[in-house]
Structure formats: C-alpha cells, structure tokens
Design a protein around this ligand. Sequence first.
Ligand code: ATP
Ligand code: MG
Length: 796
Amino acid sequence: VKAPLPQYLEILNPEQREAVLHTGNSETHSLLILAGAGSGKTRVITTKIAYLIREKGLDPRSILAVTFTNKAAREMADRARAIEPRAGDAMLRTFHSFGAWFLRRNGSLAALPPGFVIYDDDDMVSLLSTIMEGAPRAEVKIMAHGIARSKDYFLSPDDPELDLIDHRKLFRTTYARYEERLAKIGNVDFGDLIKKPVEILRQNPEVASRFRDRFKVIMVDEYQDANIAQFELLKELSGTGTYICVVGDDDQSIYRFRGAEVRNILEFPDRFPGTDIIRLERNYRSTAPILHAAASVVNHNEGRLGKELRSERGPGKKPVLAFLPDQDEEASFCAELISKAVKGSDSNTVKESETKRKTAKTESIENCRYSDWAILYRTNAQSLGFETEFLRRRIPYRVVGSLKFYEREEIKDALALLSFLVNPRDEVAFRRVVNKPSRGVGPSAIDKITEEAGISIIDELDGLSSPGDLAAASRRISPDLSAKARSGVAVFLKAIDAGRKALKETDSNFSPDADDDETGTVAAPSADIPGTTKKRPTLKGEGLQAGEGLSVCVVRLAEESGIAEHHLTHDEIAGNQRLNNLQELANAASLYPATMRGLLEFLEHIELDRSMEENSAGAGEDMVTLITLHNTKGLEFKRVIMTGVEQGVFPRDDKNGDDLEEERRLFYVGATRAMDELYFCSCGMRRMFGRTMPMEPSSFLREIDREGLRIIGKAPYGFARPSGTDSAGSPGKAGKITRSSDGRWQIGDKVFHDDQGYGTVAEIKEGEDGPIVKVHFETGHETRFLSLHQSSHFTK
Ligand code: ATP
Ligand code: MG
C-alpha cells in the first residue's frame, strides 16, 4: 500500500500533482506546463519548490525560480515558504533582478565596476542626446526604444539582423557609440541586465559551468512573456544535468511590444529536447460566468493554441456591464459600488444583520473589504479620476505602478546624487546635478570635465578635509576651468563627500564577491518603496529629517548639495510637497544599512521596482487597488471593475491585426483576475486630449453574448443586438446605407459639434433605436459612430 501523500500534495488535482512530482529521467529533463488563467500554474511552481526541498532533499540554494515582477517574485517566495520554510534559501527573483545579482558578482568579466548603476529609459535618453547632439527629443526617444528592443532580441550593433529592428545605418552607428559611452561610464541599462550575463556565460566557460553546477533546477513563471535574450540566458544557465520547468499561457502574452516572443513557448519542446508537456484544464479562480465572458473574447483571436478551461467553482453572478454617461459618473459608480458593498458587509456583521439579510437577499453577506476590489484601466493616466473621487469619499486606495514618484524632478535629482556617489564615472548623473542649484558650472565646463578627466572625480576626494583641499582637487580635475566653475565643482564635491562620509564602509570595502545575499527573494525590504500610497509623512520643523540607516546619507546629500533648499524655495506650495517627497525617499532609505552595499541595494531595488511598474507599498492594508491591466498579470481579486472599456481606449484606435489580438489577450488577462464579481464600465463621453469626445463601447464587449452579461444603464444605440445575429456584430459589418430610415441624415450632410466644430457625415447605420452616424471633422479627427440623442450639442 502506498503511503498517503502529504497534505500539500493531496490538495492538488491529478494533473497538477503530476506536474509537481515530475522530476524527469534520463530522457526527459524539462517540463512545459501550458495552461489557461487561474489553473494553478503558479501554485504548481511554488509547490514544486517545496516538494523538491522536502521530499527530494534538494539543496534550496540549487533552485532558481524567475518571474517578471517583483510582486510576483515575493508572492512566489511567500507561498513556497508557507509550505517549506527552507524555500526561503532558494533564489526566487525577477529576470532583471537575477541579472543584476549576476553582474554584481561577475560584471568585472565584462569590464563593469562593482558599483555600476542601472540606467532607466530616461537616463538612456539623456545619454543618447549627448551622442545625437541637436537631434529632436522625439528622434532620440525612437533611437532609445530601438536600442532597448535590440537588446531584448539579443542583437549587438554589429549583428546583421539588427536591420530587422531599424535598418538605418545611423541606428547602427548610434547604437555602437551608445554602447561605447555606457562602457566608459561603467553603467548598464535594463537590456544589459540580461544581455551581459549571457555574453559573460558564453565567453567564460568556467563561469558557466560554475552556474550550471549550482542551479540544478530552473523554473520560469509567465514564460509567455519571456523575450529572446531571456531565452538565451535560460539556455546558457542550463547544462545537461539541469532540470527546467517553464509555465505559461499563450493567451496571456501581453508584452510582445516589449520584445516578448510567444514562439519561445511554442518552440520550447524543440529547443529543449526531451520536454514533457502537461496541460491544466481546470480554473480554480473564477466562477463560470466570468470565465465564459473572458473566453468569449479571447476566442476571437486567430493565432492561438486553444486550450480547454472549465470552472471548478461553477455558477456565480453574471458579469455586469454598466453604461455610464461619462468618466465622472464612472468614478462615482465605482466608488458607490465599493462603499456600498463594504458598508453593507460591515453592518451585516453588527446587529441589524437579521433585517438586512431579509431585505437584501441578493447582496453577499460575506465580509467584504476594500482590498477585495481592484479597478483596472488601460493607461496610467486614467487613475486620476478615481483617485480624486476616492479621496473625496474617503475610500482607501493604492495605485500600483504609478511611475510618477520616480519621475519627479526632485527625486531624480536625489537619485542622481546617490548614483554619482556609487559610480563617480556616471556622466549622466553628473550632468544632471553638478550645476543644480546653479553654481556657475556651465555646459562647456561640464563637457571639459567629462572629456578630460573622465570624471573619476571621487578619487580626488580621498583625504580631503579643508575647503582649500577641495579647490585643489577640482583644479586637478580640470585645470582650465574658470575660477567660478571650479569653485562650483568644489561645492558639488563637498556635498558628495558629505554623503560618502555618512556611509560606514568606503568603496574599497565593498566586495562584490561577498556571498551573504546569495539567496532569497528580490531585494531587501519590500513594503516601503515610496510612490504609491498617498499617506505622506508630514514634516515637523524645518528641513529633512534623517532617521536610521541609509536615510542619513540621503538627507545629507540632499541638503549639502542644496537640492533640498532649491526645491523647497521653488514655489511656496509645490516646494513643500517636493520636500515631502524627498523625505519619503529618505524614509524608504532608512530600511537599508548605511553602507556602500546598502546604497547599491537601495538603488537597485528602486530601479528594478520602477522598471517593472511594480510596487508593493500599502500591501496588506485594507485598500482598493488601482492598477493598469498590464500590471495585473498573475494577480487575483474577489471583485474586479474593468473601466474605460470603450473603443479608442481599450482597444486603442490604432490597433489592428496582431496588435488587436494582443489587446484582446490583455482583456482576457484583466477579466480572469476576478474571482467572484466582474464589472465592465463603458462611458458615452470621455475627456481625452483635452476635449470631450463621444465614445462607443469597446468592440470586445460585443464579442460576449448578451445573455452572458447583466446590463445596467442605457445601452447606446447599436449596441443592443438581438441574440442570434452576427456574432462579430461590429459596427462596420452592418450593410452600408446612404440615408437614415427617419430620413434625417444623409451621407455628406454638414454637421456642427460644439467641441469638434464642423464636419461631414461619412457613414450611417441603423441602431435598434435610431440612426447612428460617423462624422469626419474638419480638425481631422474622425469620431466614431455617434448616436444622435447622445449629444444635444450636435446639430445639422
Ligand atoms: P494565472 O494564469 O492568472 O497566473 P495561475 O495558473 O498561475 O493563474 P494560480 O494563481 O496558481 O493560477 O491559481 C489560481 C487560484 O486557484 C489560486 O487562488 C490558487 O490558490 C487556486 N488553486 C489552484 N489550484 C487549486 C486546487 N487544486 N485546489 C484549490 N484551489 C486551487
Ligand atoms: Mg500565475
């Protein structure tokens, strides 16, 4: 008789269990799990980590598991640790954080200094604009984008295939010069975090074999979003004895615009011969009606593998489609819905529950919390309306992945000071802050310094104590500067020196080979990187308050350099806010030790967090989550409201073909986050690009059969479609007519719209309740189908 399985394996379904227990044999040593949303892919990975340690006696340190967001990496670690505490010693990271970890230890093989800093997109653009002198910013951005894509595809400047990214010769030469400059500075960009490790592993067989010896098991979650460079990294890390397990869902591939290659998953069995494939076909997350709605949409895609997925949870509430007049109403609809549900469940737990239950049978009587709710939108900018409304109604919320914090000028200044401190060759950082606030170091002085001295300025700082020494140091750095510029540089150096002195160990004590953080999850503390929660610390007294650890260094740099004062006096109102932001940065730093290593970790954590638009501030507290659709990957919420489900917003107007299919997958990802309740909001009007525009419901909504939705609010003309008709039902498909049935409208009619001005009727359709017209406006903006009752300010 077989021994009973441990509880944590017992609760899996047979396919999941097979996947967990699969460890390969002499013929197969890799596993591909291909399965739809909510089928337990992530659960299989976390359980497998625990299983391998616990039952198979594997050293946790020999397990590497990678995923795409910091949040997901943390969750993976938490889930695995809950089953087996030793899982905390396994290496669970994002691809980029793994790359940074790798380069910190082996970067010298690619001539990287140990204190390299990771450049974000903005820094890339700054560096490129010094290369592409005089080029318009838009042009520089295109170049930066092309370079980033090239790295995603593992293409170097001399690669013949680079033409596929951008065939201009200028692109090739600029890319090459960019690489030279970056190497001279000694920093890396995001693409390098993956590309450089691959190069190092290829050029240094002894390093490769060390890694292959170490990681016996490699697992990848969300594999559908891996790009070519990441695939190459995986290949270099795996030797003949490595066991690889990747999990993914082709229907959830939403990063092709960033170079993700779904063929990675399709071709996996070819690239890794001896791959077993396991499919998981039961969804444990969502009720049947939610799953049905999500599937109906993604079923319209052509390029897909097609997978079975049935709901284990069975019947539930139909998704609600709410038609709302405009985005203000949308925000208050959401606020109302959420506060009613939360308050309703509150009072339920108190006395009147008895009567309540009788009067409102349909309402869920289970405890509903703010954190059960998530508001999803296509673009970051859409969060603002909800924020305003929620603040007004005192609904607690957090914005996930709001990039705004790190984009703020004062924060970028402070980070530049810190970056320069760890890497005194960081030209981009130097340029940003050497003359801020203004101290007479003009552009030509900066050019001179960076060209002549190669700006390894910090070497000059050793042993300096008096201002006189500083002046001498700055003279050595660039002998032929004006006296004014030189004393300006001296002031800057003094500030950097002050920051450096706040660190306990100096540069030389930092050893990249120290192995004490070998293990574990992403970076150090997780919950306090600022930028998302709205509770700001209020400053007591004057100036910045230094707290523990690294915050001393941040505060000293900000004050000595004068940027704190500079931003405070900038203007009365914004100034205080800016100082508050700097304080928030300092608060976050207080979680890190005041050492060079602590500083590097702090910067790295911020860089990586920011890049993946992922943030955990406020996690664990009872708050509504405001989040972009892209960021919801892998997450789940009891109740989800997908907002702005309008043509032109989601999908965006310019999407067609493959891009439209990608938007559809994004819809699928969003809808499958919901466990119990799903809402779609579609507005009749929306303020976009500074004007109010009439909107049509998203074509995706037409792909869900009407019986599968509960519609509230007034459906716009043309949306109401009797069941059984053309299932695509898109506006363009109805027969062309030249005159409306009521005789009022004819193609070619001149119209006037209050917001859009003059235009001409280009197309007419019959909706269920009346005609709809499409108008070409003279401004060049083409409005989609306008139902005429919608706009009182629309005249013939
Ligand atoms: P996604 O594609 O969205 O990343 P996934 O396939 O990774 O989804 P999980 O997040 O692992 O799915 O699981 C979805 C939900 O179903 C989780 O709440 C998980 O705990 C639950 N679940 C998975 N398997 C089972 C099971 N066998 N029994 C009960 N619940 C399960
Ligand atoms: Mg998952």
